[in-house]
Design a protein around this ligand. Structure first.
Ligand code: GDP
Length: 472
């Protein structure tokens, strides 16, 4: 401040001292105090354009192609309840933990790594698409490959379809694991047949989806499934730069009585070291210790490696992006700004919410090329009818896409898919359940209910032309 006003620092120190404030040349003054001083000296204080610390830190620089090296795939398991997601995750872990002899003990940290033929695969240990979609809502993609588990004795069920649409909306590769083939009532061909309806067509039928018959109970087919995952990841050419500041996601976090806040993070880029500053959401700290899924202390974690870390000052939210700035000061600034600007607002700002009301202006400004819609109805016939009519509304400016359609009440999964994919939901003769309604309000998902197909089509068409009557 003294430098800016071209006076001796001692002048300022003296003034503050007389006002009862003990300061040194290195003290920081807030804008108000500095402004008052400046005005006394006949200066006109103007607040500097505030730098958006969060946006700047979350901003992700592209790594040059020459810095990239192959990284292990990150895989999640999805599917209908009771089709064997948990059993499959357990079976994979049990058969492929390598470090038992080396004194390691399997630790449930929310993710684990298996090694097959010398190559690694990282599995997210939370079955289901909830966690996965929660991350997408925060703008982060956690997974490269989704294993769609379908029980061979049960076939495609409602949550199977949900899972397919969540994976497709996220643009990730799907490998089908037909589970429970040990059961006498297993019917692999029927599952294949049913999935063709969702554009998952086996290679031997001329499609491009990998199908792996497995049994989580007898472990039959599990090695084959793992090999197929590796094959798929080779094709995807998954790469990351390990030689930069780390960045990744929180998989899960909790407060441990003895250890304090404990978070499992998945490093996506760069390498995280013990001693590195870290910031995630409203939390910050320095990595005090790291532990891998074999319960061993590690000093560093590179791309696709999940580790449990100690050293944060608070418990972060699962799905949040973490960064590792150069200095502790930056980490603290990040967290402090985060608190100040409040999470909700930040999330609001970073994603453009879709609504029929401003559809036209978004089309006009060229922001929107695709209108994503989820259709729920009371009977399958209506789902199809609404879908077909909506698809026909596509024009040169905007393509209408039905990312999910189903029978039954609008549930939370529909809403989270809509929030993550920037979609609107059209309900025909159905209502949202209580949690769906709540989530829709919180996430600002445009949810519209109709009794007459014609009205639904009309509204979307009018909105696309900028002629929708506002609702009051
Ligand atoms: P999730 O809800 O998808 O996680 O399913 P679970 O892993 O909890 O499995 C549901 C039920 O199916 C449990 O009773 C399991 O023992 C059983 N199950 C899972 N995998 C297999 C399998 O490969 N064969 C047989 N026979 N049963 C299985």
């Amino acid at each position: 401040l003294a430098e800016k006003m071209k006076i001796q620092p001692s002048v300022i120190i003296k003034k503050l001292f007389l006002a009862g404030k003990m300061v040194t040349v290195n003290s920081e003054l807030d804008f108000e105090a500095a402004g008052e001083l400046a005005m006394e000296m006949n200066f006109d204080p103007v607040p500097e354009e505030k730098e958006d610390v969060i946006a700047k830190m979350l901003e992700d620089s592209e790594d040059g192609a020459e810095t990239l090296v192959p990284r292990p795939p990150v895989v999640c398991v999805m599917g209908h309840v009771d089709h064997g997601k948990t059993s499959l995750l357990d079976a994979i872990r049990d058969t492929h933990v390598i470090d038992r002899e080396a004194g390691g003990i399997t630790q449930h940290i929310g993710a684990y790594v298996v090694t097959i033929n010398g190559q690694k695969i990282t599995f997210l240990d939370t079955p289901g698409h909830e966690a996965f979609t929660a991350m997408r809502m925060r703008g982060a993609n956690s997974t490269d490959i989704a294993i769609l588990v379908v029980a061979a004795d049960d076939g495609v069920m409602p949550q199977t379809v949900e899972a397919i649409n969540h994976a497709k909306a996220a643009g990730i590769e799907i490998i089908v694991a037909i589970n429970k083939i040990d059961k006498p009532s297993a019917n692999i061909e029927r599952v294949k047949q049913e999935l063709t309806e969702y554009e998952l067509i086996p290679e031997d039928w001329g499609g491009s989806t990998i199908f792996c018959p497995v049994s989580a109970h007898t472990h039959e087919g599990i090695d084959n499934l793992l090999e197929m995952i590796l094959l798929t990841s080779e094709v995807l050419e998954l790469k990351a730069n390990p030689n930069r500041r780390a960045r990744g996601l929180v998989i899960e976090a909790e407060l441990d009585k003895g250890k304090g806040p404990v978070a499992t993070v998945l490093v996506q880029k760069g390498t995280l070291h013990v001693g590195d500053p870290i910031a995630v959401g409203s939390c910050h700290g320095k990595v005090r210790a790291m532990m891998d899924d074999n319960g061993r202390r590690v000093k560093e974690a590179g791309p696709s490696k999940p580790v449990e870390i100690l050293g944060l000052n608070d418990v972060p939210n699962a799905g949040e992006i973490f960064v590792s700035p150069e200095t502790d000061k930056e980490a603290r600034a990040f967290a402090e700004t985060y608190v100040k600007e409040s999470r909700e607002k930040l999330i609001e700002d970073t994603k453009l919410k879709m609504s029929l009301d401003d559809l036209y202006s978004q089309i006009q400004s060229g922001n929107l090329k695709e209108l994503n819609i989820i259709v729920k109805a009371d009977v399958q016939g209506s789902v199809e009818a609404v879908k077909q009519s909506l698809l026909k509304l596509s024009n040169e400016e905007v393509v209408v896409k039905i990312i999910h359609g189903g029978v039954g009440a609008i549930n939370e999964s529909d809403v989270s898919l809509a929030a993550a994919s920037n979609a609107i939901i059209i309900g025909f003769n159905v209502r949202p359940d209580a949690t769906a309604k709540e989530t829709a309000e919180r996430e600002k998902v445009d949810l519209r209910l109709y009794r007459v197909i014609y009205d639904a089509i009309n509204d979307v068409e009018a909105a696309m032309k900028g002629m929708l009557d506002p609702i009051f």
